[in-house]
Design a protein around this ligand. Structure first.
Ligand code: 9YT
Length: 143
């Protein structure tokens, strides 16, 4: 079993800091779960262009208020505690925070650790070292 606390992660290499956000990476690829899980804080008053072309992301808001706007349709969804949004189509979007937004983010495939957005709001594809099938971890290598 893995047990970790946010306190142990803050200001370590698993606490990745960008201009508009910080991402505390609670679970990463090396933990072998098949997904990564982060506690991300999006800073109040920011807007961030994001387009995860190589990952699916589920985002659950536990604190704060903001919105997510799909590109190019402009369809906009309010975010508040208890809201989940899932980028199941690798959706390009703007993420806006009215107050500090505390989000629990899961990525499939899992992030390796130090990824931060490139100029297009993208994380690079990472080589996968393991995958999990119905709870059983295999050593299969994915392209
Ligand atoms: C919600 C979102 O995508 N925020 C940007 C940071 C990302 N979630 C991460 O690396 O934790």
């Amino acid at each position: 079993m893995i047990v970790r606390t946010l306190k142990e992660i803050i200001d370590t290499p698993r606490d990745v800091k960008a201009q508009n956000w910080c991402s505390r990476r609670l679970l990463l690829q090396e933990d072998g779960m098949g997904f990564s899980m982060h506690h991300t804080v999006i800073y109040a008053g920011t807007q961030t262009h994001i387009w995860y072309q190589h990952h699916l992301e589920g985002v659950y808001c536990v604190e704060g208020v903001g919105s997510v706007e799909l590109i190019p349709s402009g369809e906009t969804f309010h975010i508040e505690p208890g809201t989940l949004y899932a980028l199941n189509k690798n959706d390009e979007h703007w993420l806006r925070a009215e107050t500090d937004l505390h989000l629990i983010c899961t990525f499939n495939p899992p992030l390796v650790g130090d990824e931060t957005h490139d100029k297009n709001g993208v994380y690079a594809a990472a080589p996968q070292i393991a995958k999990t099938t119905f709870g059983k971890q295999t050593n299969a290598v994915e392209a």
